[in-house]
Design a protein around this ligand. Structure first.
Ligand code: NDP
Length: 449
């Protein structure tokens, strides 16, 4: 049998890469990992983790106002961006260390450099070539800016986590996850936010009623420029950015955040030395077992551009490692993957949207409600929560759950377990609610729309 330097060479130490490496090493494989940036990938360094910390910070603004109705006299709030940044950086460094330790403590060989494929079973790193029985590409994605004059003046989600100063006014471009989350965060931190989106309803791909609800709710908090595109950005004498929209309207802001999507990171990966195929968006093509068209080379996570969420990359990496080194051959199930957007209020979703249910051609029922969270009876905030269930008429299985509510992500996770187990509307109905919570609304919806 041919001998290799390593059993498993992983390129990219983000969520998918680290999980696959750890499991492979635990199963006895000789593993190497190459990472040219910080350990933990986008999620830990420029994504989910710092974003959630910022989101907590932003929430205090509303909590501060809401506390008055509960008898507090909180005085004038004062926010220090520098403190948040320093504390966030300290926490991220701690996590980087943990990720590195996960690998080092298992005897995994770490290359803190860029690695490239040099041919089948061959990786080049630091000027040397290493052979590996299997290779995993887990290089993730990178922000993509749509082309327009001056787009180099706009920052992306990579830079927003390191701004030395928080501008007084900011324009955010896009209507997806990152745009809506950062519009809420920056608004909460006191920035005058304008969100520019080319469509008329934010968050394409989510349930239409949920989209309408959240678009209306966010419009009551900060300025939305819908059905608009940026045509140009230029720096003016004051140091500000002049942003021109296709309506002719101009904004002067300190920064513009471009959140117009992400693309798989495949550049300079040496794909040309292999038979690996990519899609028109640059995503690495894999089969049901995450193997590329080059035998022995696998890919998971954002670089395959299937469902670009951290927990999905973790699950995919785990499946690959277990199949290669643990003789467990499970298929990835992409149904009922819960997901949350941490705009304020949060939204969360599990399963099918109504559009998808309709497209499936089967009969379904919709249970929907809008209610004022109990907290706002005293806070005085005029904000509603939105709840929607989609039920398959014949089987009565709950096939879609859509929420806009405080901590919607926390709520949806448990319901996702039930839905993965095939919960029916009758299961929801027979479950006793927890009173008084918003979650109990989900088990007390009785009349279809
Ligand atoms: P999204 O795909 O969510 O949104 C991209 C936005 O940019 C859309 O509103 C899209 O409009 C718009 N857009 C795309 N092309 C253009 C263009 N040429 N001109 C103008 N607007 C354009 O990407 P994000 O960058 O927000 O986030 C990337 C991914 O990261 C997400 O899809 C998600 O998978 C992941 N993520 C997950 C988070 C979470 O789980 N909470 C948080 C943050 C990111 P249109 O809708 O009209 O196409």
């Amino acid at each position: 049998m041919k001998s290799f330097d390593f059993d498993f060479f992983v390129i990219g130490a983000g969520s998918g890469g680290v999980r696959a490496s750890r499991i492979a090493a635990d199963l006895g494989a000789r593993v190497a990992v190459a990472e040219e940036r910080d350990f933990g990938g986008t999620c830990v360094n420029m994504g989910c983790v710092p974003k959630k910390l910022f989101s907590y910070a932003a929430h205090y603004a509303e909590d501060w106002q809401d506390s008055r109705g509960f008898g507090w006299n909180p005085g004038a709030p004062e926010f220090h961006w520098e403190t948040l940044l320093a504390n966030k950086n300290r926490e991220i460094s701690r996590l980087n260390g943990i990720y590195r330790e996960i690998l080092a403590s298992r005897g995994i060989r770490i290359f803190s450099e860029r690695a490239r494929l040099a041919g089948p079973n061959l990786v080049e790193v630091g000027g040397k070539r290493h052979s590996a029985r299997c290779i995993l590409l887990a290089t993730g994605g990178w922000p993509w800016k749509n082309p327009f004059p001056g787009n180099e003046l706009a920052i992306t989600s990579n830079e927003i986590f390191h701004l030395s100063k928080l501008p007084r006014a900011m324009l955010i471009y896009g209507g997806g996850y990152i745009a809506t989350e950062f519009a809420s965060i920056l608004h909460g931190l006191g920035v005058e936010v304008t969100l520019v989106y080319r469509g008329d309803t934010l968050l394409r791909g989510f349930d239409e009623d949920l989209r309408t609800f959240i678009t209306r709710t966010l419009a009551s908090k900060f300025r939305l420029e819908l059905n608009r595109q940026i045509v140009e950005i230029e720096r003016i004498d004051t140091g500000q950015l002049r942003v021109i929209l296709d309506s002719g309207k101009e904004y002067r802001v300190g920064e513009t955040l471009c959140a117009t999507g992400r693309r798989p990171m495949t550049q300079d990966l040496g794909l040309e030395h292999t038979a690996i195929r990519t899609s028109s968006r640059g995503a690495i093509q894999v089969d049901g077992r995450f193997e590329t068209s080059e035998p022995g080379v696998f890919a998971v996570g954002d670089v395959i551009d299937r469902v670009t969420l951290t927990p999905v990359a973790l699950a995919e990496g785990q499946l690959v490692a277990r199949r290669l080194f643990g003789e467990q051959d499970r298929q990835m199930d992409y149904q009922y993957i819960p997901s949350a957007v941490f705009c304020h209020p949060n939204i969360a979703t599990v399963g099918r949207t109504e559009v998808e249910a309709r497209a499936n051609g089967e009969a379904y029922e919709v249970y929907q409600s809008q209610t004022r969270p109990m907290k706002h009876s005293l806070s005085g905030r005029d904000e509603q929560a939105f709840i929607k269930l989609i039920v398959h008429s014949e089987s009565q299985r709950v096939i879609g759950l859509h929420l806009a509510a405080p901590d919607a992500g926390e709520l949806a996770q448990g319901f996702a377990v039930a839905m993965n187990c095939g919960a029916t509307k009758a299961h929801f109905d027979q479950t006793i609610g927890i009173h008084p919570t918003l979650a109990e609304e989900l088990v007390t919806l009785r009349t279809p729309r």
